[in-house]
Design a protein around this ligand. Structure first.
Ligand code: GDP
Length: 536
């Protein structure tokens, strides 16, 4: 029997103990390493190395799509769930640079918090900035982890300055490093006012027991070179002048980032980070729906699809819909309403994903992610619910940066080609646009990552039996025209720009670069351009 009502006190307990986050970073900053160390503390793995081993083993063991095997990459974001200090933590894994696609952005739509991982030597890097912008749009609380302090790093004060100036994000260092690189000695935790000593010899594959000292312990002066100690005290004085209280409200509204220093590889500073994160992070909160705000402890289950994964098992041509639970209690075999079609669906075979191992899930609450196996039923952004109607706001189409004509060299396969394109678009694999020039009817693929082109071509071939050719277009910026289109039409052809329509027939301008875009905006004051597609 399916129980539709959940006891509200029980719901509140479950919601309060949930924390959900995604890591945003540039490749090589140490995301795999940090993930591994976090899982170690969560007891989800017993020895670090297994996440990487899984990644490396995938070639041999995975039954995922051929393309993943060929490239040895992960196209999909998976969800890692672990318990720590009585909390249920959901880490939404975002794919890295070489496999960067719209899925990376969409995952942030399902996250309540973001951890911005930066390499302390390199500071902010392009992928991090892009992902940060998406977090900012959603006003996500952001926690910064400056990694690799055991290696020569930038001055910690410079790192804070870079975040403040370039991202316009206030910072609050929760701990402060004593030295960096060869002279890295540890961090001072401002929460407990204790110094945690770094042990260089430590391997870091097991949980660490850290040695702590009081700030004015005489041993500290013996352990730390005088100049390093003096710099540390001067810097500490400087940051404490600004104020010692962390403004939690500013953290939760995404205006201020708590900053942590550490070294994921040597497992240093990871537990300090995790402990503070659990205390400060946003719990699953109310979510805006077209039908009004929905509380996570709302008595009925609801959630939305933020990602579709096709062909995880080619033998079954299955398609998994990843659903972020937003309210109530999810139970296996539940019958829900699909908001877009109004149809009833039985949610059979729900899955929880731990890396590549699929494991069945019995119940889930707000903040959790479940994988549903209902081929063909879902599109990105769809809501499912029980009880009075709920429909969450859709997930926006993100500004593509890569554009290409997709040619069909074999006219006899026209129908399959069209069908394939249309289904892949519905699934959210890529955005499709068309030239406003009637003579050019080939679809234009619009993507945020090169991988999306490869996936489309690969799947057209393997699932629809059609070959295709990608012809890159020299544009990198898309703007939806929300006003002034008529005036633009009078001007005729724009230099260094292309006019296209999206799938909903909405006008979009493609520019070679930002500069060309600003020029056109300057020349046509009545023109209103938007970098993210309005929701349909
Ligand atoms: P990802 O691409 O962000 O997942 O990065 P990885 O976790 O694969 O790390 C990239 C490289 O940096 C690897 O060689 C790691 O061993 C190394 N690395 C990660 N964290 C640290 C750290 O704290 N200190 C040092 N010295 N190296 C690190």
């Amino acid at each position: 029997m399916v129980v539709e009502f959940a006891d509200s006190a029980k719901l509140a307990v479950e919601v309060n103990r949930r924390r959900n986050f995604a890591i945003i970073s540039h490749p090589d900053a140490g995301k795999t390493t940090l993930t591994e160390k976090l899982l170690l503390y969560g007891g989800a793995i017993h020895e670090a190395g297994s996440v990487r081993a899984r990644r490396d083993q995938r070639q041999a063991t995975s039954d995922w799509m051929e393309l993943e095997k060929q490239r040895g990459i992960s196209i999909t974001s998976t969800v890692l769930q672990f318990e720590y200090r009585d909390c249920q933590i959901n880490l939404l894994d975002t794919p890295g640079h070489q496999d960067f696609s719209e899925d990376t952005y969409r995952t942030l739509a399902a996250a309540d918090n973001a951890v911005m991982l930066i390499d302390a030597a390199k500071g902010l890097e392009p992928q991090t900035r892009k992902l940060f912008e998406v977090c900012r749009l959603r006003k996500l609380p952001i926690f910064t982890f400056a990694n690799k302090l055991d290696r020569p790093s930038q001055e910690p004060l410079n790192l804070l300055d870079e975040i403040e100036k370039e991202l316009k994000l206030a910072t609050y260092p929760v701990n402060w490093p004593i030295g960096t690189g060869d002279r890295f000695k540890g961090v001072f935790d401002r929460r407990t006012r204790k110094v945690h000593l770094f042990q260089r010899s430590r391997h870091g594959s097991k949980m660490a027991s850290e040695t702590t000292l009081d700030l004015d312990a005489p041993e500290l002066l013996e352990l730390v070179e005088p100049d390093v100690y003096q710099t540390f005290r001067d810097e500490l004085e400087l940051i404490e002048e600004v104020g010692s209280e962390l403004d939690l409200e500013a953290v939760l509204s995404g205006e201020l980032t708590p900053v942590f220093f550490g070294s994921a590889m040597t497992n240093f500073g990871v537990q300090l980070f995790l402990d503070a994160f659990l205390d400060y992070a946003a719990k699953p909160g109310p979510r805006t729906a077209r039908t009004g705000s929905v509380d996570p402890t709302h008595e009925h289950f609801s959630g939305f699809v933020f990602k579709l994964q096709a062909n995880m098992d080619p033998k079954h041509r299955d398609r998994v819909a990843f659903v972020r639970v937003c309210s109530g209690k999810f139970e296996k075999d539940m019958v829900v309403t699909h908001a877009r079609s109004g149809k009833s669906l039985r949610l059979a075979r729900p899955q929880k994903l731990f890396a590549q191992d699929r494991e069945s899930v019995e119940e889930a609450y707000a903040g959790d992610v479940i994988g549903l196996n209902n081929p063909g039923a879902f599109s990105i952004g769809d809501t499912i619910y029980i009880g009075p109607k709920i429909e969450y706001e859709g997930i926006p189409c993100f500004s593509p940066e890569l554009f290409a004509y997709l040619r069909n060299p074999n006219p006899s396969k026209f129908k399959q080609f069209q069908k394939g394109i249309s289904e892949l678009r519905e699934e959210g694999a890529v955005q499709i646009m068309y030239s406003t020039d009637e003579a050019k009817r080939d679809p234009i693929l619009a993507a945020v990552g090169q991988l999306q082109f490869e996936v489309v071509q690969f799947r057209l071939q393997s699932e629809y039996g059609v070959e295709s050719r990608v012809e890159l277009l020299p544009y990198s910026v898309a703007r939806w025209v929300t006003a002034g289109w008529d005036e633009l039409a009078k001007v005729g052809r724009l230099f260094n720009a292309m006019t296209v329509k999206d799938m909903w027939d909405r006008p979009v301008l493609l520019f070679k670069n930002e500069w060309n875009c600003q020029q056109v905006e300057g020349d046509h004051p009545s023109l209103q351009l938007q970098s993210i597609a309005p929701l349909t």
